[in-house]
Design a protein around this ligand. Structure first.
Ligand code: IMP
Length: 202
């Protein structure tokens, strides 16, 4: 059993300000000094893994080795069942260099129409890697299932939120109050597992 992480530094292996602030918010009740790899001037390694797990671990382990501090990283994306899990680990890349998620949503809709899909089910996944400088690591996964809906609806959130309706709801993530979305999100599920096992509420 790994020692609990309490009253110590922890590095978020990301240069994405939105992601860093969402993670800081998820960890606000714990006695941790949270920094990001940008704060330490550590470059983000290339995400060249072939799974969410590999990509999350590449980022967390490289950062923990360079900073000699426990580091965390999450890798997330949208998987569409009728498209064999695409865009999956390429979720960010489907939006192109301009990070245009209306374009990415269109691409998903066109791909589904092309194969005359009846199944519009999809899920968001978040894989969180926690890595220690001695090479030890843990992986936690969160998932939220739902249905895709076109055209996109709602101005809240980011990425694919306007086309995703979580199971048991009628609004898209993009139409939901952000705090409510966070409370049922894939990222929240993964961070709950992590905090239950390794953190002590302060
Ligand atoms: P990452 O930074 O490599 O984890 O990229 C994740 C990509 O997946 C993001 O750019 C979004 O396109 C998508 N994504 C992950 N989580 C969410 C979410 O909660 N809502 C909408 N899109 C998401």
């Amino acid at each position: 059993m790994k020692k609990k992480i309490n009253n110590e530094d922890i590095i978020i292996a990301s240069h994405n300000e939105g992601k860093v602030s969402e993670i800081k918010d998820l960890l606000k009740n714990y006695d941790l000094k949270i920094l990001s790899s940008s704060d330490l001037g550590i470059d983000e390694p290339e995400e060249n893994g072939s799974s969410f797990e590999e990509n999350a671990l590449i980022k967390a382990s490289t950062t923990s080795m360079l900073s000699k501090t426990v580091s965390i990283s999450d890798d997330s994306g949208l998987c569409v069942n009728a498209l064999d899990g695409e865009p999956g680990i390429y979720s960010a890349r489907w939006a192109g260099p301009k990070k245009d998620f209306l374009y990415a949503a269109n691409k998903i809709q066109e791909s589904l129409l092309k194969i005359e899909a009846i199944d519009y089910s999809a899920y968001f996944i978040c894989v969180l890697a926690v890595s220690w400088p001695d090479g030890d690591y843990r992986i936690y996964k969160g998932r939220v299932d739902g249905t895709l809906s076109f055209p996109p609806r709602g101005k809240n959130g980011f990425g694919y939120d306007p086309i995703f309706i979580p199971l048991g709801h009628e609004s898209t993530f993009g139409e939901m109050d952000p705090q409510f979305k966070h409370s049922i999100s894939h990222r929240n599920h993964a961070f709950k597992l992590f905090s239950k096992e390794l953190l002590i509420e302060g």
